[in-house]
Design a protein around this ligand. Structure first.
Ligand code: AMP
Ligand code: MG
Length: 396
């Protein structure tokens, strides 16, 4: 379709509206999921000394096949108090420092103490250096452990800790306000008068933000009145980095997001995006805050939040790769040809195969209940058979 903005271009423009937020230091315990803003460099060698990988005896390889005089012991947590000379062996445990002079560890299953002397009873170590973890075998001082923009996973946190860090510098959490608009909306669980519906998008967006690096408020409901919306936008912009509105994004008589943003002194950009669902999207700035106006239909709101709102929040929080990752899997059923906009079909990835949801109208909510993927169908894509490969984004 002519005049529609490609998704990638709209994403780039949205992320271009604001630089990532400032950074802050947080303890490793608090860092899960955050995005690193200063790289982590190893402050130490790991291991800092050669360590035994087994329980056994530290010896000189040249002294094989023994026997040996046992001189003391080296256990994890302390340095050995002497070296190993010719004909000597030191009792050693996993993780303990190999004493100077020794170059090999014999596992305890391969030896026996006979009359106070240590004797070889098994095959022995075979080569010099067996069962020893060399100094800096894991990483050396100065190694780049984690790069800027990395998401801190449990494994990344472990690596930072071992390298000597106790805290890390990460992007600040964006403060996000959720505004739902529409006279028909009622808080979930309340009684409904004729014409009213539960405000499902508010709780959905709050839940989507829950898994992100964001400080989000409870959804705030606003009636379809331009003046009220304008006042609230102005007020929210002072205390938030992102304002997400849902509903009222089109050009109907009761769609006030654009007008209200203009009244509030914001700069507005209104896009028609080459995607389905979710063609209309409002982007703008009000003060320092970025406004993202999502369409109200439940499936449209879900898809546009996935493709635009969440990437914006990750970008502001310091992510190097804020966009959803595209995966590939075979189709479980045939898929018809693509149209004039890129489709993000609600789908289920089950046992490695993609099942498009039965209903794809943007107003539906039931398909959202079981969708764990958005199946991407490109503009003008040919029809495909079951078993052919399709691209998708994970959404659960
Ligand atoms: P709008 O974008 O305001 O024109 O809304 C489009 C459709 O989505 C209408 O049927 C609305 O009733 C519905 N809708 C709007 N906001 C919500 C919401 N927060 N929760 C559920 N449905 C909504
Ligand atoms: Mg509305």
């Amino acid at each position: 379709m002519k005049g529609l903005l490609p998704v990638e271009e709209a994403q780039a423009r949205l992320l271009g509206l604001r630089q990532p937020l400032a950074s802050e230091n947080v303890a490793l315990f608090e860092s899960l999921g955050r995005y690193l803003s200063v790289e982590v460099i190893a402050q130490r060698d790991q291991p800092a000394a050669p360590l035994s990988a087994m329980d056994g005896y530290a010896i000189r390889f040249d002294d094989l096949p023994g026997p040996w005089t046992v001189v003391g012991e080296s256990a994890a947590g302390t340095a050995p108090d002497r070296s190993v000379q010719q004909g000597e062996a030191m009792r050693i445990f996993t993780g303990a420092i190999v004493p100077p002079g020794a170059d090999t560890v014999i596992v305890q299953e391969d030896v026996a103490l006979v009359g106070g002397r240590l004797q070889l009873t098994g095959d022995g170590p075979g080569t010099a250096g067996r069962h020893i973890r060399l100094r800096a075998a894991d990483f050396a001082v100065g190694t780049t452990m984690l790069r800027v923009g990395t998401r801190l996973t449990p494994g990344a946190i472990a690596a930072a800790a071992m390298s000597g860090a106790g805290q890390v510098s990460v992007g600040t959490r964006p403060r996000v306000a959720i505004l739902t608009t529409g006279d028909e909306l009622v808080q979930p669980g309340r009684n409904l008068a004729p014409g009213q519906i539960p405000d499902s998008n508010g709780v959905m967006l709050a839940a989507m933000l829950h898994g992100e690096v964001a400080e989000s408020t409870l959804p705030h409901h606003v009636r379809d009145e331009r003046e009220i919306l304008s006042k609230i936008l102005k007020d929210m912009a002072r205390r938030h980095d992102v304002i997400v509105t849902v509903g009222g994004a089109s050009v109907g008589d009761h769609d006030h997001v654009r007008g209200a943003l203009e009244d509030a002194g914001g700069q507005i950009d209104f896009w028609r995006i080459a995607m389905r669902p979710g063609k209309p999207l409002i982007a703008g700035r009000i003060g320092d805050a970025v406004l993202v106006g999502l369409p109200g239909n439940p499936s449209s709101a879900f898809v546009t939040a996935t493709m635009f709102l969440l990437p914006l929040i990750r970008h502001l929080a310091g992510a190097q790769y804020p966009l959803p990752v595209v995966h590939r899997a075979p189709l479980a059923e045939p898929l018809s040809a693509g149209g004039g906009r890129r489709d993000y079909l609600r789908a289920r990835l089950d046992n490695g195969r993609l099942f498009p949801s039965f209903g794809q109208e943007s107003g539906l909510t039931l398909p959202l209940a079981s969708a764990n993927a958005l199946l991407i169908r490109e503009i003008g894509a040919a029809a495909r058979d079951a078993g052919e490969i399709a691209e998708y984004i994970l959404v659960a």
